[in-house]
Structure formats: structure tokens, C-alpha cells
Design a protein around this ligand. Structure first.
Ligand code: HEM
Length: 686
């Protein structure tokens, strides 16, 4: 995107027509001395000076995918003066990331990355070296182990609960899902790294934290002329103002890190129950036997990696997952049914539930296949000549592995463009670096060390969003119109924000009643026919809890046939309306309380639909349906209209006793105690 902007700017015209011819002549005189390598990979034709840069287009992973369909899964491009190998199939990815991992595991030089990583002291952008091996080992062992990730469970629990509560307040109103998810991930990562979330606080020079992170991602994905024209390009980066932007960003991040580290070292800092990443790194910096003696700059470079590596990638994956689920109601229903079956009536999913949520894991896998956040991974660089797919690849070649294209490889995936997590049901394929058809985290020596931290947060957050709410598209939007357009950068964002409406039954009913009635002392009986959603709630209640569970006993007056069988006269007949309302052949997820199941369906309790008989049917059908229904709707709508309702004494919803007491009518065995809270009309949002 940044490159595209640059290519269409006046600066580019100046470079193209005035200066680059000269540089090209200079570079030609040098390249004549290069040792020829004979069997180079196929290349699309190039333009003078810029090589294939113009073919990267607005969205490079898509443009490269198209080129690979013509030139094959191993292509050699020339980006300015830099040779770049593009890999687009699982087999070739395996050659780079496994067979020739050692020869191909350095990182190319990039000005933005060098600055932000404190001169390549970090893990992500540092070139392969003895130092890099040690610092990566240290981070993997100390920061990214399963134990360490689990130790941050309290942060995830706290922040996800806060997010769910804030969404509950907006139930039934469209929310911007991206915004909620990004702010949650930001809070989680800040709490893990720095010990507090910094929610609502400003990041000096940028306003919100998210804006500083966006700027960091922009700096890393910007088109630095110096990266592709190494000798002279920096002049243009200075003139176009990129240097100035980067310096400002670096100064502000550095100032922030300094302040937080000082706070951690301050003598008055209250002792915290839990260690954060800075505590761990400061502890390591005192270790005299460590292979790398950690300085402040080392610590700051690692904090920068976490900031850049963790927030965008995890948030984007969740936004794409919610987008695909909103577009695919079958999958949404299936994954919610699984979560609700396993979690039951607990209000929230806990981290202990996650290993049992098998289908949710497939949803995450499928999201990674179609939307790997780092579509081209991070660029690698070959350190010596090697052979990939039978072609010679010279040393110092940039390598881009197109994980996005590999996730759509026609030879690997059936209907690759379809979002269908079921494809993984009988499959061993995983994203942990052993299956080259699915590599959202890369593989080999450079595989993402934050894999566990990222997936734990993604699965836990999604499970809660899907358990606590049903999700509808806003009025007037069709599911199939929810866009999947991308916006390219170091990670690939959804171009347009995702708006969805979270639904909670109690709140939805109350909102319906209050918005129809407005501010009055109570609900007039004459209005109750207008409550369409509330009527569905009553219907669903009568399905799960028909008061006369066996109706009133019938008796045959003469012999007749029921099914294939003869039934004698004077036989007592009990019709189990309770069991019929739970018949799995008739009802999806029958134990679940979901009023929406009646939406748009003709099923009613008037005795014509035999899967649903709370009032019976036929000659003995209850003649008081209307009177009964009116009084239920009138009384309950008033209770819901006038009060909000809370469980007493911090009781949790799953602790509500739902036992029944048998009789002619089925009662609740234990009385229901609730705390009424007079509704405050100041909170009414219309
Ligand atoms: C959905 C979540 C994530 C995805 C999809 C992801 C993806 C990636 C990818 C594709 C790479 C480059 C691999 C390669 O070059 O072959 C990478 C590297 C890296 N990631 Fe992640 N990442 C995620 C989460 C995280 C988290 C949570 C952290 C830290 C807390 C993190 C830290 C890093 C670091 C430090 C590297 C550099 C590794 C190296 O160069 O040796 N990532 N990640």
C-alpha cells in the first residue's frame, strides 16, 4: 500500500526520469563483475531501474500469487536493485523453511526495522548470527514457554471479562468489533509486558496507543527507497520525510519504555503478585552467567518485538474469524453449540474449557489458512548459494514465502476460497511449523516464538465472544455483503470495520419493551401484541418448560391404532409435551434456550405443530390459551420493563437451581430469588 502510494507520487517521477538512469549505469558496471549463476528461477520481465517493483501492486501477496500462477512456485524478481525469491507452494516452502533453513534464515537489511530494533539487537529483525541465536534462545526459554503463557491467564481473564461487560451494556446495538478486539489485545499485551493496561491513556505524540502501534506498523511496511536501492536511496527517504517520521516514533517509544523501566526499578514500586515481562527481563539482566548480558537497549528491543509482533497479528486473526463466522451462519451455530454444550450455563468460558473446544480450534485453523496476518511472513535472506526447487538461488537474495497463496493452493485444498473449518475434521494438518501447507507462523529456525501466546489469547477471546452473545448483522445488511477486502501492510487488515450486533436475551427483550413503551409508569396491556421478540421468548420458555409436562391425561373411549399398534378402550394416554419439546430430530441443540429458533417460522402453540404442544391439541386442547398468554406476557413484560434483575449475593447464573418438582403442573423445585433494581431511565439509549 505504502509502496503503491510511493509509486504514484511525484517523487517517484523525479527518481525515474532524472536520477535513476545514472544510478543504473553505476550499478551495471558493478553487476558485470558478478559471478554468473546459471540456472536461476523464472522471472517476469523487468523494467529498467525498478525491476519488478511496479508488479507488487496495491496488495503484494495477491499480485505475487497471480504472477506465480504464470511463472511457477519459485520466482526470482528484482525489486529495485535487490533480488527477491518468491515462494508460493507448500513443497517449495518446505525447501526454504526446512531443507535449506540454515542457508535461508537471515533477515534482509531494512532501515525502519533497524531503527526500531535498536540496531538489530532484537529477535525479529536481527540477521542470523551467534548473538541472534543466544537472544532468541533466551526469549524462547524465559518469555514464551507454556508455563509463562499460562502465568498470564489472570490478565486474559480480567481483560476479557471487562470487554464482555462493556459489550453487554451495548447489547442489541451495532458495535465496531475491530475496535473492541484491538483495545482488548492492547490491554492484554500492555499488562503482560508492562504490568498495567494503559487503557484510555495517551501515548505521547500519537493520542491513543493504537495510533502509535499503527504508526510503527506503517514504518515497518513503508517503502524505504534505501531498502531497494541500498547505496543512494536514503536521500529520497530523507526528502520524503520518512526519516523524520521514524525518528519521532522511535523517540516516543524509547521515552515510553524508559519511563516504564524506571517505574519498575523505583524503590517505591508496590510489590506485585504477578511478574510482568519487564520484571523477568530486569531479573535476567542481573544474571552474571547469562550468555547475553542484557542492557537497557536489549530490553527495549525485546519489548518492541512484543509490541509489534503480538498486538496486530492476534487482533487481526480474531476480526477475520468473526467476519467469516458472521458470513457463515452454519459454522457460527456449530461453534456456538459446541461452546455452550461444554461451558453449560457458566456465564463465561474459562481457560480450562479451551482444550475441549475442538471445533473452535478448527475455526481458528481455517481463519489462519484464509487470513494469515503476515501474508508474506517476515522476509528472510539467503546467506549462501543454494538450490531451491532445482534452481540456483544466490547468496544475499531476499526470500518472501507467500503463506497467503499457500493457504489457497489448488493442489492442496479443495474449494480453497470457501471458509469451511470442517475440512480439518479428519486432518492432521496443524499450524505449528510441521505442515508446510499451513504456515501462518512460519516454520524452521525463524518460526514465531509467540505462537502459543497468540493462539491462547485468540481462542480464549473468541470462545467468550461466541458463548456470551449471539451475533447478528445490523439492520439492512446482508450476511453475504460483509466485505473481506484487505488492506496490505506488514500485517493484513480488514479494509472496512466489522459492525455486528451482540444479542443477550434479557437485555434484548428489555430494550424491545422499553423502546416500544417509552417512559411510562408501567406497560399498558393493550401494547403487548407489539412485542415480537418477547413473544419468541415466551414460546421458547413453553418449549423447554411446558407447565403441563404430560398435558392432562387422556383416555381412549374405544380401541384404536396409534402408530402400528392397537390401543384398547379405556387406556390412559399421557402425551409427553416436555420430551417432545426436546426431540433432537425436531430441534437443533434442544437444551439451549434460544428464542431466535422461532424467528421466521410458522411453528406455533395452537395445536397444529405436533413438535410443540404446550397447550395440547385437538378436542381437549386448552381453551384458555389467549387468557394464559396475555397474563404471562402482561405480568412478565411489566417486570422486565420496570426493573433490571440481578442474582443475589454474587451468585453466578450457572448456580441457579433448575430442578423441577413433578405434579399435574411442573414447578420449579427451589424458589427463584432475584434482586430487582429500579430501571434508571437516564441509561435509556433509545
Ligand atoms: C496470531 C498471532 C501471531 C502470528 C500469526 C504471528 C506470525 C509470525 C510470523 C509469520 C513470523 C515470521 C516467521 C518467519 O520469518 O518464518 C513471526 C515472527 C515473530 N513473532 Fe509472531 N505471530 C503472532 C503472535 C506473536 C506474539 C504474541 C509474539 C510475542 C509476544 C510474537 C513475536 C514474534 C517474534 C519475536 C518473531 C521473530 C522470530 C524470529 O525472527 O526469530 N508473535 N510471527
Amino acid at each position: 500500500m505504502e509502496l503503491y502510494r510511493f509509486l504514484s507520487s511525484p517523487w517517484f517521477a523525479v527518481i525515474l526520469f532524472l536520477i535513476l538512469p545514472l544510478l543504473w549505469l553505476l550499478s551495471q558496471s558493478k553487476s558485470r563483475n558478478e559471478r554468473p549463476i546459471h540456472n536461476l528461477p523464472p522471472s517476469p520481465p523487468r523494467l529498467p531501474f525498478i525491476g519488478n517493483l511496479h508488479q507488487l501492486g496495491k496488495i503484494p501477496h495477491r499480485s505475487l500469487w497471480k504472477l506465480s500462477q504464470k511463472y511457477g512456485p519459485v520466482m526470482l524478481l528484482r525489486l529495485g536493485q535487490v533480488p527477491a525469491l518468491i515462494i508460493s507452494s507448500p513443497e517449495m516452502a518446505k525447501q526454504v523453511l526446512k531443507t535449506h533453513d540454515l542457508e535461508c534464515c537471515s533477515r534482509p537489511y531494512s532501515y525502519g526495522a533497524m531503527k526500531l530494533s535498536y540496531n538489530l539487537l532484537d529477535v525479529a529483525f536481527g540477521p542470523y548470527s551467534e548473538y541472534w541465536r543466544e537472544i532468541r534462545k533466551l526469549c524462547v526459554i524465559e518469555l514464551f514457554t507454556v508455563k509463562r503463557v499460562q502465568s498470564f491467564g489472570h490478565v486474559r481473564e480480567k481483560e476479557v471479562t471487562r470487554m464482555i461487560n462493556s459489550i453487554s451494556d451495548l447489547s442489541h446495538k451495532p458495535i465496531e468489533v475491530n475496535e473492541k478486539i484491538f483495545s482488548l489485545t492492547n490491554n492484554v499485551i500492555c499488562s503482560i509486558a508492562f504490568g498495567k493496561s494503559y487503557e484510555g491513556q495517551q501515548f505521547e505524540g500519537y493520542g491513543k496507543f493504537q495510533e502509535a502501534i499503527d504508526e510503527a506498523m506503517a514504518m515497518l511496511s513503508s517503502f524505504w527507497v534505501a531498502d531497494f536501492f541500498p547505496k543512494y536511496g536514503w536521500v529520497f527517504d530523507v526528502v520524503t520525510g520518512l526519516h523524520r517520521r521514524l525518528e519521532k516514533l522511535f523517540r516516543n517509544f524509547d521515552g515510553f519504555f524508559e519511563k516504564v523501566i524506571d517505574e519498575h526499578l523505583g524503590p517505591n514500586r508496590p510489590k506485585s503478585e504477578h511478574e510482568d515481562i519487564i520484571d523477568v527481563l530486569l531479573g535476567l539482566s542481573k544474571d552474571k552467567t547469562a550468555s547475553v548480558k542484557l542492557s537497557r537497549d536489549h530490553i527495549k528491543s525485546i519489548l518492541m518485538d512484543i509490541f509489534i509482533g503480538a498486538i496486530d497479528t492476534s487482533s487481526l486473526t480474531m476480526v477475520w474469524a468473526m467476519t467469516e463466522l458472521a458470513r457463515n451462519p452454519r459454522v457460527m451455530k456449530k461453534v456456538q453449540a459446541e461452546i455452550r454444550k461444554i461451558v453449560g450455563r457458566k456465564p463465561k468460558v474459562s481457560e480450562n474449557d479451551i482444550p475441549n473446544l475442538k471445533y473452535l480450534k478448527l475455526v481458528v485453523k481455517e481463519t489462519f489458512r484464509l487470513h494469515p496476518p503476515a501474508t508474506l511472513l517476515l522476509p528472510r535472506e539467503s546467506m549462501q548459494n543454494c538450490k531451491i526447487g532445482g534452481y540456483d538461488v544466490p547468496a544475499n537474495t531476499r526470500i518472501h514465502v507467500n503463506a497467503w497463496a499457500i493457504g489457497r493452493d489448488l493442489n492442496t485444498w479443495k474449494d480453497p476460497h470457501e471458509f469451511n473449518p470442517d475440512r480439518f475434521e479428519e486432518s492432521e494438518v496443524d499450524f505449528r511449523g510441521g505442515h508446510y501447507e499451513l504456515i501462518p507462523f512460519g516454520a524452521g529456525r525463524r518460526i514465531c516464538p509467540g505462537l502459543m501466546m497468540g493462539t491462547t489469547a485468540i481462542e480464549f477471546t473468541l470462545a467468550n465472544l461466541l458463548h456470551c452473545f449471539d451475533w447478528e448483522v445490523p439492520n439492512g445488511v446482508k450476511r453475504e455483503d460483509i466485505g473481506v477486502e484487505e488492506e496490505a501492510g506488514l500485517t493484513v487488515h480488514k479494509k472496512y470495520p466489522l459492525h455486528l450486533v451482540p444479542i443477550k436475551v434479557m437485555k434484548k427483550v428489555q430494550d424491545e419493551i422499553r423502546s416500544i413503551i417509552g417512559r411510562k409508569p408501567s406497560v399498558p396491556e393493550i401494547e403487548i401484541d407489539k412485542f415480537t421478540y418477547f413473544r419468541l421468548v415466551v414460546k421458547e420458555t413453553l418449549r423447554l418448560h411446558p407447565p403441563a409436562s404430560l398435558l392432562i391425561p387422556h383416555e381412549t373411549i374405544r380401541q384404536c391404532k396409534i402408530g402400528r399398534y392397537d390401543v384398547l378402550g379405556k387406556t390412559r394416554v399421557l402425551v409427553n409435551a416436555w420430551a417432545i419439546g426436546r426431540d433432537p430430530k425436531m430441534w437443533d441443540d434442544p437444551e439451549e434456550f434460544r428464542p431466535e429458533r422461532f424467528e421466521g417460522k410458522d411453528i406455533d402453540f395452537k395445536g397444529q405443530n405436533f413438535e410443540y404442544l404446550p397447550f395440547g391439541s385437538g378436542r381437549r386442547m386448552c381453551p384458555g390459551i389467549n387468557m394464559g398468554l396475555t397474563s404471562v406476557m402482561f405480568v412478565c413484560s411489566n417486570l422486565l420493563y420496570c426493573f433490571d434483575w440481578k442474582l443475589p449475593n454474587e451468585m453466578k447464573p450457572e448456580e441457579l437451581n433448575m430442578e423441577e418438582e413433578f405434579g399435574l403442573n411442573i414447578r420449579k423445585k427451589v424458589p427463584l430469588h432475584l434482586v430487582p433494581i429500579k430501571y434508571n431511565w437516564e441509561n435509556f439509549k433509545g
